[in-house]
Design a binder for this molecule. Structure first.
Ligand code: ADP
Ligand code: MG
Length: 239
């Protein structure tokens, strides 16, 4: 039934509030997304029947190349919300991965970064997208070798990525799709200085997506500093 709803009716039914100019209608089905056949095959074989509300609303915005700040609770499907548009971004502007990643995802913890990597490996496999993970509490050597070998997507905790940047063993000059996942948690953990140093290495002509469960003034401030005229998507009555 969902697929026949108008954009406003879909948003109302799923408690989606959007703030921004000329917001596109949500994708109420996977078929509406225009994703590649490889990606559609992966979501179908995962047994998913429809996009989650955050995916439905943020995918068409992300595919337009626009910045997004999304406020949604955990378990709402945010990871694929940013990973699949990242895959589509790579399809259009993949660079030489040996010169550095094109897509960078910042995540607060090793555990979360590993989960994101697993999702990227699973859903990006048939699109032949390469990715790796950088986190603390593990030797740097193997992580540096992955970077040298060249990857399209890097998922990193701010602390370890900043350490590696200071060693000059990674370039972020090719990053054109930047994700700050669980931004509120990264700030709570005291990562703001590292995040700012990292983002300073990323060219300003980029697409930036920020995900957060809460919307306090610290998060609003970093969003205002790092994103350009973002569309704000709220799911549920947070805020
Ligand atoms: P969040 O980051 O918002 O906490 P996740 O991205 O980790 O949520 O997703 C939670 C779970 O939902 C994961 O197991 C993921 O594979 C699954 N999932 C993602 N998208 C869909 C979908 N469209 N339909 C069903 N399950 C989904
Ligand atoms: Mg998440």
């Amino acid at each position: 039934e969902g697929s026949n709803l108008s954009g406003d009716a879909y948003r109302h039914q799923h408690e989606i509030t959007v703030t921004g100019d000329e917001v596109p209608s949500p994708f109420s089905s996977f078929e509406a997304t225009g994703f590649s056949s490889e990606i559609l095959r992966e979501v179908h074989s995962a047994g998913f029947s429809a996009p989650t509300p955050i995916q439905a609303q943020s995918w068409p915005i992300a595919l337009q190349g626009r910045d997004i700040v999304a406020i949604a609770k955990t378990g709402s499907g945010k990871t694929l919300g940013y990973l699949i548009p990242g895959f589509m971004h790579l399809k259009q502007c993949r660079k030489d991965p040996r010169m550095g990643p094109t897509v960078l995802v910042l995540s607060p913890t090793r555990e979360l970064a590993t989960q994101i990597l697993d999702e990227a490996l699973k859903f990006g496999k048939s699109s032949r997208i390469s990715c790796t993970c950088l986190y603390g509490g593990a030797p740097k050597g193997p992580q540096l070798r992955e970077i040298e070998r060249g990857v399209d997507i890097v998922v990193a905790t701010p602390g370890r990525l900043n350490d590696i940047l200071e060693m000059s063993t990674i370039s972020l000059r090719q990053v054109s799709y930047l994700v700050l996942d669980e931004a509120d948690r990264m700030l709570d953990m005291g990562f703001e200085p590292q995040i700012r140093k990292i983002v300073n290495e990323v060219p300003s002509c980029r697409q930036t997506l920020m995900y957060t469960a809460t919307w306090p003034k610290e998060v609003r401030k970093i969003a205002a500093d790092l994103l350009g005229n973002p569309v704000q998507v709220n799911i549920g009555n947070i805020d």
